[in-house]
Design a protein around this ligand. Structure first.
Ligand code: DAS
Length: 331
């Protein structure tokens, strides 16, 4: 399928900054500042390419996504929720830095319905760099957001001619334009400025939001495992108010015996413990010890995304490990 079904779609662009709107001031320079190009100028450049979709821009922020935070997530969520109800909007594109795009994508995926496409897009090279990838990624994202077949697939991420679902997307390289990978599923579509090919049918048509957007994000630190670690690494995370801990464990979510025992004590004192892995790819499945210790297995989610899912559930008042495990198990 090479043409968007809705070739004159109305797309709302929510700009947050990032490298896609960044400039260095010289094509060969390495250092640059994110979020320098305003959304109106960006849309003008895109329109000049002859896009069929009608774009309306709103600048929500102009930051590097290392500074993404819950208040801004809340603004993005409200803007998307409004757009989902607005008959004048066919789809939403969010321009975003790549560093935390996977966290924003999963959070919105968990808290918004799937009735219209919501697409995150970023770039690895600033707009004025030689070989910049930003405008191509943006045009691709518009093509996806304007396609009726993009709805019912949850929030999507478009980078380097690929579409990856929010649940699967992860940044896997520090540099180079092919910086994202999907796990367990890799790309779910291939996109270029002149083509869009989905590799399967939508799986969540008309799915309502799974969880409420948190009023307040519970304190859930990530514990990174390393050889020789001692229990003080856990103890310093168990401050007043800590509601959960995500272990970025060795291999399949492992940790030294003393750490597992300390985490089991934490779980007994009602801190929800999720075992994820510091390894980039592979599932973390339940083990028999998880039942005894009250742990949850992160399955396909990496530590930062496991943290988002856990925060959203805890904020909804869900802290039963069996129910939380079910949410980690489902796609
Ligand atoms: N500056 C980083 C960020 O905003 C990198 C990027 O945009 O790709 O996440």
């Amino acid at each position: 399928m090479n043409n968007p079904k809705n070739s004159s779609a109305n797309i709302l662009i929510l700009a947050t900054g990032g490298t896609i709107a960044g400039t260095a001031g010289a094509a060969l320079k390495r250092d640059y500042r994110p979020g320098q190009i305003g959304i109106d100028a960006f849309i003008q450049q895109a329109d000049a390419l002859g896009l069929k979709a009608r774009l309306t821009g709103r600048e929500v922020a102009a930051i590097g996504s290392e500074d993404m935070h819950p208040d801004l997530w809340s603004t993005l969520y409200s803007a998307c929720a409004e757009a989902m109800d607005d008959p004048q909007v066919d789809g939403v594109v969010i321009t975003h830095g790549t560093d935390t795009a996977e966290e924003t994508a999963l959070l919105l995926d968990l808290t918004l319905p799937t009735n219209k496409p919501i697409v995150l897009v970023g770039a690895m090279r600033p707009a004025d760099a030689v070989g910049s990838d930003g405008m191509r990624n943006f045009v691709n994202a518009i093509r996806v957001a304007a396609d009726g077949d993009a709805s019912g697939r949850g929030v999507l991420l478009v980078m380097s001619d690929r579409v990856i679902s929010a649940r699967d997307a992860r940044k896997a390289r520090t540099s180079g334009t092919d910086a994202f990978r999907g796990f367990p599923r890799d790309s779910i579509a291939s996109v270029t400025p002149s083509s869009l090919d989905w590799f399967g049918d939508p799986w969540a048509t008309d799915r309502p939001a799974r969880f409420a957007f948190p009023d307040k994000f519970p304190t859930v630190p990530i514990l990174y495992a390393y050889a020789g670690m001692q229990t003080d690494a856990v103890d310093c995370l168990m401050q007043d108010g800590t509601k959960g801990i995500v272990l970025a464990g060795f291999g399949e979510g492992n940790a030294p015996g003393i750490i597992r025992r300390r985490l089991a004590e934490a779980a007994e004192s009602e801190i929800v413990v999720v075992r994820a892995s510091r390894v980039d790819e592979g599932l973390v499945d339940r083990e028999s010890e998880d039942d005894e210790s009250g742990f949850i297995a992160a399955r396909g989610l990496n530590p930062v995304k496991a943290r988002i899912l856990l925060q959203v559930m805890l904020a909804s008042g869900i802290n039963d490990p069996a129910l939380i495990q079910q949410a980690f198990d489902r796609r």
